[in-house]
Design a binder for this molecule. Sequence first.
Ligand code: HEM
Length: 285
Amino acid sequence: MFLISDRSGRFSLLKSCCLALLLAPALWLGWRAVNHDLGPLAIKQALHVTGTWAVRFLLVALALTPLQRLFRWPKLALIRRMLGVGAFCWAAAHLLLYVASQNYDLAHVASEIISRYYLAIGFAALTGLALLAATSTDGMISRMGAWWKRLHRVVYVIAALAILHFFMQSKIDASEATLMAGLFLTLMIYRLAIWCRLPMGAVVLAGVALAGAAATALAEFAWYGLATGANPWRVLGANLHTGQGLRPAVQVLLVTAAVVLIAEIWRRLPARSGSASGQRAPRRA
Ligand code: HEM
């Protein structure tokens, strides 16, 4: 029951929604598996799905602090641990599927992880996530004191490693890896703005959104230029054409702008007691 109740033991709608969000892709994957809808390479397909959701949930966990500030909604902190541990569970399922894809030959799995860079990087990210999940209990938090916060800053390195692993296994199309990298870079730029004590008004937030989009385009340019044979200038130029669908840099810009706009509207809504908005912190000047 602790998964859907708050610290006082009362039912928490927020935690329940978060749990449903964490489980929904697993139910969908299970449904597709039962109905033989995963294609001839079902385990490989499931490996891709679990890896992708691990990165997505990790990024949502990292986005919680900025969202908490933007929406002035401190209760969002309730689901941070859940999302982090959830991301770890998805990554652990991902490793299990990899082991299954290698016919449970653990010696072979170990030698592959040692000999392939992208697997070694994934392993480092998974080890880090396991360490953070293991130290996420209330007991460990109070026992570790100030060290807990220091240790848990490693989550940014873990996310960077996971995204690098994502890029390295992407074949011709690195769009989703670029999108994840772009969202991660935007979060880092936001943190940098906070660290520089910039006033987080509309102008700075618009600047963060634009810088995040530019960083995404540059990350994509660098990846195609350094790691593939593709012409990076053509990839960069594609951001200016709408005919090929929305490029990752544009998606990052739209997502960030939408979040900032919704947060602005949310903050202007009158606070109602008992509702989620009624639990928001008082507006700061
Ligand atoms: C021991 C640890 C890990 C192993 C052995 C591993 C292995 C793999 C393999 C074999 C693939 C597919 C490669 C292909 O299709 O050729 C893959 C893809 C991927 N992995 Fe991992 N991985 C590990 C850890 C992680 C972690 C910790 C994350 C994220 C937090 C992650 C995220 C991903 C993602 C996002 C993909 C790409 C999915 C897609 O293409 O849609 N992996 N991994």
